[in-house]
Design a protein around this ligand. Structure first.
Ligand code: SF4
Ligand code: SF4
Ligand code: SF4
Length: 295
């Protein structure tokens, strides 16, 4: 069987259990596809695959059971459809995102537009280790950002307008972290317990809770798989541009300094996470206000 090795070597072309077939993974930044693109994928899957598609954990779509001799034509059709072959090797792979402020009432940040900006800048960059990036609009972390090499979580700090609290207890009820108590008839926040989700702000019918320090928490070194690891809190920044800048610096650091075949989380253990964080912090003075997270 004649294979097209140029395309066959791409990260989104996965040899199946039966090596005479390949599965094609599609690039879908933030997991967003138009209806027209979906129709196009359906036609392509019918023509080149077995008539089914498979939705992946990284918010992409796979077309299984493709004959490798037809890869060139299939690749051209996917390009034309605006859904090119994706990535799943030691590269920056599909950026995933929760609905964020576009649809979710709990969101603190616009995850989808930010995921698309990160994708435009970094998708497919070859790396010594696979780099997965996930964004969540709030600490509920529906996309598990802390189980990715880089995670971004939208947070806010709640601030109570002094002297106006009725002590109704609604914010106490909605805070799942038990970070608020009613003391002397007014609400009192325990900052140590607060994970900055913003639920209490939305729960106050008197509109007495305000948001302050609206920010992005960036985590590094998480992963799923056979040795799952929770990522560590690296720093917080206040704008999307700063997120892009910091992620760019992390990617550059990993490209230059990490070595192949090891989990990034293990490499960070070995060089000591604090050293890594200091090196990253040194590189980003021009990124504006950046706050290290307390270890
Ligand atoms: S992580 Fe937060 S903002 Fe995103 S979908 Fe989940 S609850 Fe909504
Ligand atoms: S921001 Fe979230 S964790 Fe913090 S007090 Fe409000 S509801 Fe509780
Ligand atoms: S919900 Fe508002 S008014 Fe009620 S206790 Fe909380 S801050 Fe006070």
């Amino acid at each position: 069987m004649q294979k097209d090795f140029g395309i066959h070597m791409k990260g989104g072309v996965i040899t199946e259990r039966d090596p005479d077939f390949t599965t094609i993974r599609i690039r879908a930044p933030a997991g967003i596809l138009t209806i027209e693109q979906l129709r196009g994928i359906a036609k392509i899957a019918k023509k080149y695959g077995s008539g089914v598609v498979h939705c992946t954990t990284r918010q992409t779509i796979e077309i299984p059971h493709v004959n490798p001799s037809r890869l060139k034509r299939l690749s051209q059709q996917l390009e034309k459809n605006g859904t090119p072959i994706g990535s799943e090797k030691d590269e920056v792979v599909n950026i995933i995102s929760c609905p964020g402020t576009e649809r979710c009432k709990y969101a603190n940040i616009d995850t989808i537009s930010l995921a698309k900006r990160i994708d435009e800048r970094l998708f497919g960059r070859e790396m010594p280790v696979k780099m997965r990036i996930a964004l969540s609009g709030c600490p509920n972390s529906c996309t598990s950002p802390m189980l990715n090499e880089i995670g971004v979580i939208g947070r806010i700090r709640p601030v109570r307008t002094p002297g106006l609290c009725t002590g109704c207890g609604s914010c106490v009820y909605y805070c799942k972290e038990k970070a608020i108590k009613i003391r002397n008839g007014i609400s009192e926040l325990n900052e140590e317990k607060c994970i900055q989700c913003g639920m209490c702000v939305k729960s106050c019918s008197f509109n007495l809770l305000k948001t302050a320090h609206h920010h992005f928490l960036i985590t590094v070194g998480g992963r799923r798989g056979r040795h799952p690891k929770i990522g560590r809190e690296l720093l917080t920044v206040e704008t999307e541009d700063q997120v892009l800048f910091v992620i760019g610096k992390i990617i550059d650091w990993v490209y230059r300094r990490a070595w192949s075949g090891r989990l990034l989380s293990e490499q960070l253990d070995e060089i000591h996470f604090e050293k890594f964080r200091n090196e990253i912090l040194k590189e980003i003075p021009e990124a504006g206000p950046v706050k290290p997270v307390n270890p």
